[in-house]
Write a protein that binds this ligand. Structure first.
Ligand code: GLC
Ligand code: MG
Length: 541
């Protein structure tokens, strides 16, 4: 929400809408980076980790936001971007000048001289996420620096203890401002492999995943991602949080980890028997498994198995449908499945995560090449940018069907609106008897009142190839069922194939948008008819 008409969302705008979050029933909100930044990567290029970006507001505005959030008992989580800073950060400027204490703040290297041409070349073939080399020559310092993201996002050097200490200061600084934790950005590239005795790094080999030699996937990432030191660093940050609480009291704060990594790596962030790690490494399986092979009942099962079967004992699961880096859930899964997916993340055990707009069924905007601002898009070209740009999922939040969807009173907004804002928006959906938004609110209300959802055990299966069923049960309480038809034809299923102890009738609690069933009515468990995309939450009593 934009409060000052410049077309850009800001802190006062968020403060003015905290009540909306409260009404939804969510308990905590994560803000993407709000720190001082030249905005090359929309705040993920930080020039001052200890200050607020002026277009978002001031430190005082931030304190107001926290105050209001406390009154409403909402927790605010900030984005912690440890891997890199902006090239406009003082630290980088000092490092370029080799100022004492800052010489090794970033990953610098002479490169190598090509034996046949005599020309100086980057130290390795490593590629950045946003296309092209991960090394950039710096004229002034006469060395290359590493940047796993954009050229303007130099990687901090975590082999330097001063950097490690500095970034812990960042955590403590915002804990002192009353935040309830951090979403830790981009963990895979935090550390790179150590160089050999001559100071040389190894090249990555061609992966075979794509022919596009600028695409990061063109090479493996064996040496530049998922190093063991990265896991240890997260354990150290956890200690910072725990120590802070021990010293100053207050509530516990939380660590969320962004890592698109294989399970063997991701699960280590939770910690182990002797050490605590992050509370929640994000579970992106409902995104990544479907990216590979589409939405189906068996893929939903695979995504869930992949998490629950690998998670260490005694930890909390979590479920994510989308974020600002992925196409909007309603566009990715198909709009007819948005309720089914929102139900999934609410009914499965553990924490559920919503990217703003998923509760409304917001879809991607279409952004022309001329309007493209995301560096990942801008670093490609007019023919292929749509494959890379993340602008479509970042269009303004849709509050109303009025001017700028109620997001801003300005002439224009920082990205154009998505086309569907006249029907998909908070005002219209709140006024309706049955909408994606009312469904979402009922789901949270159920989570918050149901002991079965909070503490019950979980069983799930695929029936008749296309139907996915979950049963949550707790002794002494009613059982809760989730059923969805992910196939392309309507179907009648016998739920007793899945659970012998079922009562003959189940009571309908919540139904997807197009379902013509009635809430409160009973439905025969041995003969449950489901239309395409129909998703239901039912109770045993
Ligand atoms: C994370 C963020 C993404 C950003 C990148 C670099 O993946 O979610 O938006 O571009 O890190 O900080
Ligand atoms: Mg503004």
């Amino acid at each position: 929400m934009d409060s000052d008409g410049d077309g850009i969302g800001d802190l006062n705008g968020i403060t003015s809408k905290l009540e909306y979050l409260k009404e939804l029933g969510v308990t905590a909100a994560w803000l993407s980076p709000i720190f001082k930044s030249p905005m090359v990567d929309f705040g993920y290029d930080i020039s001052d980790f200890f200050d607020i970006q002026p277009e978002y507001g001031t430190l005082e505005d931030f304190r107001n936001l926290i105050k209001k959030a406390n009154e409403l008992e909402l927790k605010i989580i900030l984005d912690f971007v440890p891997n890199h800073s902006s090239d406009e950060n003082e630290w980088f400027k000092k490092s370029v000048k080799r100022e004492k204490g800052y010489q090794d703040y970033y990953v610098w290297h002479d490169g190598k001289v090509n034996a046949s041409t005599g020309v100086r070349e980057p130290p390795t073939n490593w590629l950045q996420y946003f296309r092209g080399s991960a090394w950039e020559w710096n004229e002034e310092r006469q060395q290359y620096y590493l940047h796993q993201f954009a050229v303007q996002q130099p990687d901090l050097n975590y082999r330097n203890p001063d950097v490690v200490a500095q970034m812990k200061r960042v955590l403590r600084y915002w804990l002192n401002e009353g935040v309830s934790g951090f979403r830790c950005d981009a963990l895979p590239p935090l550390f790179e492999v150590l160089p050999d005795a001559e100071g040389q790094y190894p090249d990555e080999v061609v992966s075979g995943a794509t022919d596009d030699a600028d695409d990061r996937d063109y090479l493996t990432t064996t040496y530049i991602e998922n190093q063991p030191e990265t896991v240890d660093m997260v354990y150290q940050w956890r200690t910072v949080l725990d120590d802070h609480k021990r010293i100053y009291g207050g509530n516990s704060s939380v660590l969320l980890i962004e890592t698109y990594s294989p399970a063997w790596f991701t699960m280590q962030f939770y910690g182990n028997r002797s050490v605590n790690g992050a509370h929640l490494p994000f579970n992106f399986n409902l995104i990544t498994v479907m990216e590979k092979s589409g939405l189906s009942a068996s893929n939903v099962q695979e995504a869930i198995d992949l998490w629950l079967q690998n998670m260490p004992a005694g930890r909390t699961a979590n479920w994510v449908l989308g974020n600002h880096d992925k196409r909007r859930a309603a566009s990715r899964y198909g709009a007819e499945f948005i309720d089914a997916m929102n139900m999934l993340v609410m009914i499965l055990p553990g924490a559920s995560v919503t990217y703003q707009g998923e509760e409304l069924g917001m879809t991607d905007g279409w952004i022309s090449w001329e309007d493209t601002v995301d560096p990942w898009g801008c670093n490609s070209n007019a023919d292929i940018y749509e494959q890379y740009t993340r602008d479509p999922e970042r269009t303004p939040f849709q509050w109303t069907n009025g001017t700028n969807a109620g997001f801003s009173t300005g002439e224009t907004t920082w990205l154009p609106l998505a086309a569907d804002y006249e029907t998909i928006n908070v005002a219209t959906e709140s006024a309706a008897d049955h909408s994606h938004l009312t469904i979402y609110k009922s789901l949270i209300a159920l989570r918050r009142s149901s002991k079965t959802l909070q503490n019950g055990s979980t069983k799930y299966a695929v029936l008749s190839d296309d139907v996915f069923v979950i049963k949550r049960s707790l002794s002494g309480a009613n059982s809760i069922f989730y059923v969805c038809n992910f196939g392309s034809a309507s179907i009648t299923v016998d739920l007793s194939e899945f659970d012998k102890t079922l009562p003959s009738d189940l009571v309908l609690l919540i139904r997807s948008m197009d379902s013509i069933k009635s809430e409160g009515a009973g439905y025969a468990s041995k003969e449950l008819e489901l239309a395409v995309g129909e998703a239901l939450v039912l109770s045993s009593e």
